[in-house]
Write a protein that binds this ligand. Structure first.
Ligand code: SF4
Length: 375
């Protein structure tokens, strides 16, 4: 394994350079096919395949994630998320380089402004791991650009100049890959913008590299305004004692933590797995927020379910677990027209009569009550 030692991003005195971040846990982040072979995660016979994919899309697996992989299981749900496969080199006709239209909605570098009251702020493009289904896979990676200090200042000025912006979502890449000092200065700058109500940070670090959620990092998030953290977890095995402890450090500091999950074929596309994941999250005081339908990112067709399959899973979950455990099933419209809830409906059109509302046994009940119609 050839990866460098952990280093925050960007390194002191350099706003744009350098790959980041092997883990603070045991071992180092795996970044090449040779690393994966040496770690025993894949057979030597797959080296050329993985090299070919890694030339196109970034590769990184932290020690925390690598230890969860069972190399003997060809369908391992953790390996499926992080170990490259040749299928990624095939582009389906409907796939695109910018599946949710970030570029078309970027008025200045580092800002995506899709909705009137909120913007994305993307200070860097580095992540602790590189997910094989990533919707920003064309731009994330160790060579990905970060905002220079002047670009970051311009992005903050854009937010300052628009009182209609109420919420800023700091994403990337992964903002928790920033050195705490850098993160603190961004959170502080946002905290000083009077018209903002919420600072939200999206991160995979508490799951993929939980040792990185240090006291310094938690302190860097301190603000007068409401700060929310949204973690990304896709399988119950990702909720390790270390990731639970990382979330606990955030929550105990008064930071509400939510989660998002991507619906992934072969990883979590069944009600039992998603139920276990959502229960696990709620038990660690993390509220499931979104279940994303797979985006049309290049080379990710092998991960996408149909919307019908997603709805069937949600329908099954609806009556298995409480509302606390229910994320909203959403689709980001291709081209950047926004997020739309696409979960199943339990309400039949009313017409001139009463509404028909489906109960947990599939019986449609009139509301206001008049009678019953069996499916
Ligand atoms: S952590 Fe998020 S942004 Fe980074 S590769 Fe995974 S899905 Fe993409």
């Amino acid at each position: 394994m050839t990866s460098p030692k952990r280093q925050h991003y960007p390194p002191p005195g350099n706003a744009v350079a350098l790959p980041p971040s092997p883990s603070r846990g045991e071992g180092v982040t795996l970044r090449t096919a040779a690393d994966l072979v040496a770690a025993g995660l894949v057979d030597e016979s797959r080296r050329a395949e993985i090299d070919a994919v890694a030339r196109e899309f970034a590769l990184a697996i932290t020690p925390d994630m690598a230890t969860l992989i069972d190399p003997a299981d060809p369908a391992d749900p953790i390996a499926a998320q992080f170990v490259p496969r040749a299928a990624e080199l095939a582009t389906a006709p409907e796939e695109r380089a910018d599946p949710i239209g970030d570029e078309a909605h970027s008025p200045v570098k580092g800002i995506v402004h899709r909705y009137p009251d909120r913007v994305l702020l993307k200070p860097l493009h580095v992540c602790p791991v590189y997910c094989r289904f990533c919707f920003r896979r064309e731009v994330v990676g160790p060579g990905g650009e970060a905002l220079t200090p002047s670009e970051l200042a311009a992005a903050l000025d854009y937010i300052r100049a628009r009182p209609a912006i109420w919420e800023v979502i700091v994403t990337g890449g992964d903002p928790f890959m920033l050195a705490p000092r850098r993160l603190s200065s961004i959170v502080g700058a946002l905290d000083g913008i009077a018209h903002l109500g919420v600072i939200r940070l999206h991160t995979r670090v508490p799951v993929a590299d939980p040792g990185c959620v240090t006291a310094d990092l938690v302190t860097a998030l301190a603000a007068e305004k409401a700060v929310f953290v949204v973690i990304h977890a896709n399988h119950p095995r990702e909720l390790t004692p270390a990731s639970r402890a990382a979330c606990r450090r955030l929550i105990d500091a008064g930071i509400p933590v939510l989660s998002q999950t991507v619906l992934l074929k072969g990883v979590n596309d069944d009600a039992a797995t998603l139920t276990a994941l959502m229960r696990g999250l709620v038990a660690m005081r993390v509220k499931p927020y979104y279940l994303h339908h797979g985006d049309l990112a290049r080379g990710t067709a092998q991960f996408r379910t149909t919307i019908e399959a997603g709805q069937a899973i949600q329908r099954e979950m609806r009556f298995r677990v409480s509302g606390l455990c229910q994320p909203s099933y959403v689709l980001d419209l291709p081209g950047g027209d926004g997020k739309v809830p696409i979960g199943p409906s339990y309400l039949a059109p009313a017409g001139d009569g009463p509404f028909l509302v489906e109960d947990r046994d599939g019986i449609r009940r009139a509301y206001p009550p008049e009678g019953e119609i069996k499916n």
